[in-house]
Design a binder for this molecule. Structure first.
Ligand code: GDP
Length: 365
């Protein structure tokens, strides 16, 4: 017998006393209304599909418990239809030219017959009330094209929450047949790590002046990059070339020092590259896409494409378990009761931090 969870043999019986359905149980069946929503998402491209995609993402973004149950069922139903897009992460500081670049690239790709979706991860959007994609003037031409779908960052507080919603929105876009999903993020905070963790390839945009001040480039972010693009090369060709050489050299250094813990940089076939382009003039886009294609071919040929997604899924599952456990821990009655006194005791040096943690964990159990 083949089970949902991939194991064989009879499914273990649910404990009779279980008050709520086991989370490991088969997903809830989709209510009729959501079956229609699913059908519209995976159906023919057009206005009805666009509305369905937006509606599905809104449902996934909802924090209401009953919505979450429906959203989980929808997500599982979408899963077999997803996964076929190339997931491209793009990061860079504000003003580097991300939206100019994504629009130019997106328009070129849809002209070639692709369907492009653009999502964003911007944890600051809940503070500022807007988002990096919220401004209507950004990517105006691309957003008007029916072959593209642009969705601003969800504004749900923590980076983990924003990233979770974006990951799920990505699956919806794939199920709707978008074969290229771009996930954009700003070059601040930890959002790059989150986006690199949900995409097949991570591209970092830099200014031509970057090479003059390598210190300004966060090393951690550089390590995530599969490709570094020096944008605005039209402004100062000499500076762009200098930046390209300097960043190439530093990528080689990172490659030498991190052979073991950066597997996707650890192959002899794809080495992170640095290229120049001008998003404004549209020059270098063909070379950029050629690099993307080559990266994809190499990754797929070596089995790394699938392996990276599997690692991401597993890491993501654990990230969400960690976050969920912490939330439940803090909401747990006995823990909540004991927490202030134990925190005080730790702060005043009467109880060791690790001892306090163990006591609280014992209460949780
Ligand atoms: P974002 O904040 O990273 O999304 O940056 P934008 O795409 O909004 O670009 C910021 C500014 O840089 C805008 O005024 C763009 O017109 C300009 N810009 C973007 N790409 C280029 C480029 O390749 N060359 C030049 N000269 N300007 C550019």
């Amino acid at each position: 017998m083949r089970r949902e969870d991939g194991a064989t043999g009879p499914a273990p019986a649910l404990p009779a006393a279980a008050a709520s359905p086991s989370p490991a149980a088969a997903p809830e069946p989709l209510p009729a209304a959501d079956q229609a929503l699913l059908a519209a998402v995976i159906g023919a491209p057009g206005p009805a599909q666009r509305r369905a995609v937006a509606k599905a993402i809104t449902l996934l973004e909802s924090t209401r418990a009953d919505h979450r149950l429906r959203a989980d069922a929808l997500l599982n139903a979408l899963l077999p239809h997803s996964g076929r897009a190339l997931r491209l992460g793009i990061s860079g500081v504000p003003g580097v030219g991300k939206s100019t670049f994504i629009e130019a690239l997106g328009l070129a790709l849809i002209a070639q017959g692709h369907r492009v979706a653009v999502l964003a991860v911007d944890p600051s959007s809940s503070l500022s009330g807007g988002s990096i994609l919220g401004d209507k003037t950004r990517m105006e031409r691309l957003s008007m094209d029916t072959r593209a779908y642009i969705r601003p960052s969800p504004s749900s507080g923590t980076l983990g929450g924003v990233a979770e919603k974006t990951r799920e929105a990505l699956l919806v876009c794939e199920a709707a047949g978008h074969d290229i999903v771009i996930v954009e993020t700003v070059g601040v905070g930890q959002s790059e790590t989150a986006v690199a963790g949900m995409t097949d390839m991570f591209v970092l945009l830099q200014l031509p002046t970057a090479g003059d001040d390598l210190q300004a480039i966060k090393k951690g972010v550089m390590e995530l990059a599969d490709l570094v693009v020096i944008n605005k090369a039209d402004l100062d060709e000499a500076a762009a070339t200098r930046a390209q050489a300097q960043i190439s050299a530093s990528l080689r250094l990172i490659g030498l020092h991190h052979r073991d813990d950066h597997q996707h940089h650890n192959d002899t076939q794809w080495q992170p590259q640095v290229m120049q382009l001008s998003a404004l003039k549209g020059s270098g886009l063909t070379e950029f896409w050629a690099a993307i294609t080559r990266f994809q071919q190499l990754q797929r040929a070596g089995g790394r494409f699938t392996a990276r997604r599997q690692q991401q899924d597993q890491a993501w599952m654990w990230e969400r378990i960690d976050a969920g456990l912490k939330q439940r821990f803090k909401a747990h009655g006995p823990v909540r009761q004991a927490l202030p006194a134990l925190t005080d005791a730790v702060l005043s040096g009467r109880v060791a931090a690790s001892v306090a943690a163990r006591r609280l964990l014992d209460l949780f159990q």
